[in-house]
Design a protein around this ligand. Structure first.
Ligand code: ATP
Length: 293
């Protein structure tokens, strides 16, 4: 639960805002409202941003350590604060400072996590008494991944990502994240999925059973992302990273979300570290993580 990762001291909240990976991701169909129905198994990993929220008398401000990120309502953290004050009618404001460690536009839901952290932090700072369910409803207005980020852990997400059912936690292992420096157009991927006959799809039920078994190799064997098939044809580097991870001893590797981050599951830390060391010469964004929550 996100609130377990928030410390309150006086009028200040310090939150850890975690990244997620998709153990499975399937796109079922396009809805009339333009969104897609998905079926995906999400897992929190131990890479996190720090989100500091100070209570103020009025107004909302956001600063981050990354100059290129917006500090106005285009920042999901700002939008979350505005949503909180609008929904609760509370008088007051907040000053938000974010230290980003999670790479941006990476398929790791970094921005959604920040929004979730701000909602949960303000709920605590202002004693607003919103239930987890109410926070998720507010979060959904900001993005389909925000409700999941409010809960955190291991979940099956359906609908546009907002229908969440808990699953057994992912067994402990080392998870290597590598983000190549490319920009993925999520819209272009959805377009291809809609127009082409996709044959390789995840077996979501089998992943559910693998989680119940508690065996990391069973989980690794079921990793699957319908978007990666499309992405790899446009950006072969994604496939290249997967193959290199497997050569380095990963028991499974897949792309997260709409990419471009690739994650590999390693049976032990030492093997993950050797693989990490072989990637850091090539890429800036390389992290050894583990299942979190
Ligand atoms: P998802 O996995 O949910 O698709 P993502 O990991 O691919 O998300 P984010 O890191 O959340 O992508 O960033 C997507 C866009 O959101 C970026 O273009 C960025 O400018 C914008 N953005 C707004 N607020 C934030 C924030 N607090 N942190 C990161 N990005 C943000």
């Amino acid at each position: 639960m996100l609130s377990d990762h928030i410390i309150i001291t006086g009028g200040r909240a310090l939150a850890r805002s975690f990244a997620k990976i998709n153990l499975t991701l399937d796109v079922l169909n396009k809805r009339e409202d333009g969104y897609h129905n998905v079926e995906m198994i999400m897992q929190t990993v131990s890479l996190f941003d720090l989100v500091l929220v100070d209570k103020t008398h009025s107004g909302i401000s956001v600063t981050t350590n990354l100059r290129f990120l917006p500090s106005n309502e285009k920042n999901l953290a700002y939008a979350a604060a505005r949503e909180f004050f609008n929904a609760t009618g509370m008088n007051g404001g907040c000053k938000i400072m974010i230290h980003k460690n999670i790479p941006v536009a990476a398929g790791l839901a970094g921005g959604s996590g920040n929004a979730a952290a701000v909602l949960a932090a303000l709920n605590m700072l202002y004693n607003a008494g919103l239930s987890e369910q109410q926070l998720c409803e507010l979060g959904l207005k900001l993005g389909a991944d925000v409700p999941y980020c409010i809960l955190g852990g291991t979940y099956l997400a359906e609908g546009i990502g907002e229908k969440l059912s808990p699953l057994p936690p992912m067994p402990n292992c080392s998870i290597l994240l590598v983000k190549p420096p490319i920009n993925i157009s999520t819209a272009a991927i959805y377009e291809k999925i809609d127009s082409e006959d996709i044959t390789v799809r995840p077996d979501t039920d089998a992943m559910g059973r693998a989680l119940v078994s508690g065996d990391p190799s069973a989980v690794a064997a079921q990793l699957s992302n319908v978007m990666s098939t499309v992405t790899e044809s446009m950006h072969p580097i994604v496939r290249g990273i997967k193959e290199k991870m497997i050569k380095n001893g990963a028991i499974g590797a897949e792309m997260s979300g709409s990419g471009p981050t690739v994650f590999g599951i390693f049976p032990d830390y030492a093997t993950a570290k050797r693989s990490h060391d072989s990637f850091v010469y090539q890429f800036k964004d390389v992290f050894i993580t583990a299942p979190a929550y």
